[in-house]
Design a protein. Sequence first.
Length: 468
Amino acid sequence: MPGDKAPGPDGFTGVFFSKCWDIIKEDFLSAANAFHDLRTPNLAILNSANIVLVPKKEGAMSVADYRPISLIHSFTKIISKVLALRLAPLMNSLVSPSQSAFIKGRSIHDSFLSVRNAVRRLHRKRTPSLFIKLDITKAFDSVRWEYLLTLMKELGFPTRWCDRIAVLLSTSSSRILLNGVPSTPIKHGRGLRQGDPLSPLLFVIAMDPLQKLLDLATNLGCLGKLCGRTATMRVSMYADDAAIFIKPTRQDVSSLAGLLGNFGDATGLLANAHKSTVVPIRCEGLDLTPILAAFEAQKTNFPIKYLGLPLSHKRLKQVDFQPLVDKLTKKLTIWNARHLNHAGRLTLVKSVLTSQAVYSITSLRPPKSTLKEIDAKRKQFLWAGAETLTGAKCKVNWPRSTRPMVLGGLGILHLGKFSRALHLRWLWRNWSGRQTVELGLENPCTKNDRLLFAAATFTYIGDGSAAL
């Protein structure tokens, strides 16, 4: 349990438990054993949470613009963490490869690259299709408990395990913190609390049947089969962000709308067609208005944003990366650099500005001009803050600033070199058998990257002694 996380209603942090464990361990273990044996008549007292509303965007005005984060009672949070640690090693076998969230060995970039490759493959083969970016209304807050518990029993979870999950869900309650003042308790009837260590794993288990329903609909002929790998991987999910590929026919759209409706009725996870997006692929000459009548989503064209990254069926241009540069510039204007010394600016450059760029260059290959522009923003903020950067203000030249601190630098990541290392990581995952999604050769690596990887790796055949 992290020592510096915000406390729940009890006010205890992880530091308290680590420092006072010798004093409280007997009482804590007694309560934990009571939960293990399902002797929980008073668990509701320890299963409360304070909800903090975190704005999703700047200028949030309505309740829908805020994300509820639950600050849970420390005892329940530790119990949930123990259950999550026991469940995590089984997630790879429980959840299909189409889901990339909250599972060890899988990455958000797996989902993005698999979707991007499917889009480009369908466009290259001139296969008319529809790419649907699905929006689910209040996903975590809407999961039906009856459905989740029934699903877990069907997956083979022991009855005692399901009973413990049921107890945690049924005894939960929350208070909303408004200006630091808690509201009256709200008794929960559905949903999973954001902030609970167990909630992400339970949510992806609840979402996984969507993949199986789409496969079943394809096998029964309700959905038309697509070409190549997209035929077997027509949906890609990262938590509640789902990308679905179908054929541009009335039958496919109507079948998908009915399937999503039935899925929502059973699970509580309702698809919001008006906030979902449909992007046609090779649909020139088709009148999509009557085709999309059963699923009235927003129709747009590539490039679009998916999982926070630009997605297109063509090679991305410099203008497609301009939102990333604008985002960094916006952050710089918010920070008041005049009140920060050089050490504070260096920390922000290394931890915030660099991480924003790293997320994009892991799956994409931005032009060198974009990387130079980002470097210029980082350099200006580091040495000049909000003022105009001149050569006299630079205490250390930029190439030396990007060296490791043990070599006399400032430890700032060199984006060009680090992006190559991140791209070589895709080759390493594929070579070592750790790639969860079949990407083939369609990854961000160039020919030079492959030659460098081949020169840096080797394979040898042993004598078999280590196998005995």
